[in-house]
Design a protein around this ligand. Structure first.
Ligand code: PLP
Length: 405
């Protein structure tokens, strides 16, 4: 096989390049405005002003108020803070109620929610493992809400389980593995009607499709910068003040006491600038993304008979196409395509010598073998026709090389 001329990067859902405009916006806060934003001298105030401006811009682009924003090290930390922090705040409330007003033999009043966490069956490990941690250390019940064959959460089951009481429900806005956009607005209304707060993992959605935190009425929402052009290790949790959250990090009390640690001012500037660029002209860009995505889906399905598009065919992320392929292992296909200069993802957790089936596909009812044949193509800029043809040809060649067709 000849060496490819250039790589075609189709793994934007994993991470993406940082535009030079974002890097340039950060530099002054690394070289000149480098003060600690908590310091009271002039340099500190300069940094604090930059942080405030970044927070306001970032909040505005997510339909949030500046006071809703807790900057974190990314989506994983934001998800952990929401899930563990809300559950531990409940435990603190219960302890306070017990010690302050009631003899220990008296049960807590009925308005204290059950120690249950509802999570959709397709949540990212940052949510699923946080809920599992609450089970392991605090005996919380973790209730998995099933999804249909296109990964939409089952709202009837959600309503039934919410009615039984829960500390929190977690619903992702868009699925990372199959791109399905979830009915989060309806899920929030259902949970709130039962008095259950809702955390939304919007890591794949923010900067890609419109996110309006206040209109959605979610209680908390997680965002990650490296999905929309900011450097890795930057993100935020948006949180309404009506929901109590116990901090995970103890220290100087930055970020309203919810995330101690000196703030990354240059990082916050990068988050705000990258998000603003991603939101500017989003509707127009998404129209082009959708048309090149749909052209890619047709080309791939034509190139490899028996290919199956996974997730919702219409209501899916604009630059996201995911498939299962006949008679092939997705990991082997991924490696072969990589050698042809096409970089994609199997959408699953990979460890040395071990290829796990993507959890979302299993939750959608696929067999392990079918789920292990999955590949995900994700991009933030519309694809050229020549690129689409190159992908289709490479796939056909890879499938032939792997004796899958
Ligand atoms: N949630 C979802 C849906 C994701 O896709 C990811 C990362 O891919 C995360 C959470 C974790 O975000 P981060 O990489 O910023 O920790």
């Amino acid at each position: 096989m000849s060496e490819p001329d250039d790589e075609l990067y189709l793994d934007a859902a994993a991470s993406d390049a940082v535009p030079s405009s974002v890097i340039e916006a950060m530099i002054p806060f690394l070289t000149e405005g480098y003060g600690n934003p908590s310091s009271v001298h002039a340099s500190g105030k300069t940094a604090a002003r930059a942080l405030d401006a970044a927070r306001a811009s970032f909040a505005a682009d997510l339909g949030a108020h500046a006071g809703d924003v807790i900057f974190t090290s990314g989506g994983t930390e934001a998800d952990n803070l929401a899930v563990k922090g809300i559950a531990l705040a409940q435990i603190r409330r219960e302890r306070t109620a017990r010690t302050s007003s009631m003899p220990s033999s008296v049960p807590l009043p009925a308005h204290y929610p059950a120690h249950r966490i509802l999570i959709s069956a397709v949540e990212h490990p940052a949510i699923a493992q946080s809920a599992q941690w609450l089970h392991d250390f605090f005996d919380f019940d973790v209730v998995s809400i099933p999804v249909d064959a296109q990964a939409h959460i089952d709202l009837d089951t959600l309503a039934r389980e919410a009615a039984r009481g829960a500390t929190l429900a977690c619903i992702m806005m868009a699925n990372n593995e199959v791109g399905t956009i979830e009915p989060v607005s309806r899920a929030v209304r259902i949970c709130h009607a039962a008095g259950v707060p809702v955390h939304v993992d919007a890591v794949q959605a923010a900067g890609t499709i419109p996110v309006d935190f206040r209109a959605l009425d979610a209680d908390t929402l997680a965002v990650s910068g490296h999905k929309f052009g900011a450097p890795k290790g930057l993100g935020a949790l948006l949180a309404r003040s009506r929901v109590a959250i116990e901090p995970m990090l103890s220290g100087g009390g930055q970020e309203h006491g919810l995330r101690s640690g000196t703030q990354n001012v240059a990082g916050a500037v990068a988050l705000a600038v990258a998000l603003h660029q991603a939101c500017t002209g989003m509707a127009e860009r998404n129209r082009s993304l959708v048309s090149s995505r749909d052209a890619l889906i047709s080309a791939v399905c034509n190139a490899v008979p028996g290919t199956n598009l996974t997730g919702d065919p219409v209501n899916r992320l604009p630059g996201h196409a995911s498939f299962t392929f006949p008679n092939v292992n997705g990991e082997a296909l991924l490696v072969d395509l990589d050698a042809r200069g096409i970089e994609v993802s199997s959408g699953s957790a990979c460890a040395i010598g071990r290829h796990e089936a993507p959890g979302t596909l299993l939750a959608m009812g696929m067999s392990e073998t079918e789920a292990k044949s999955a590949l995900r193509f994700s991009f933030r800029e519309p694809l050229h026709n020549a690129d689409i043809q190159r992908i289709a040809q490479a796939l056909r060649a890879s499938m032939t090389a792997l004796h899958a067709m």
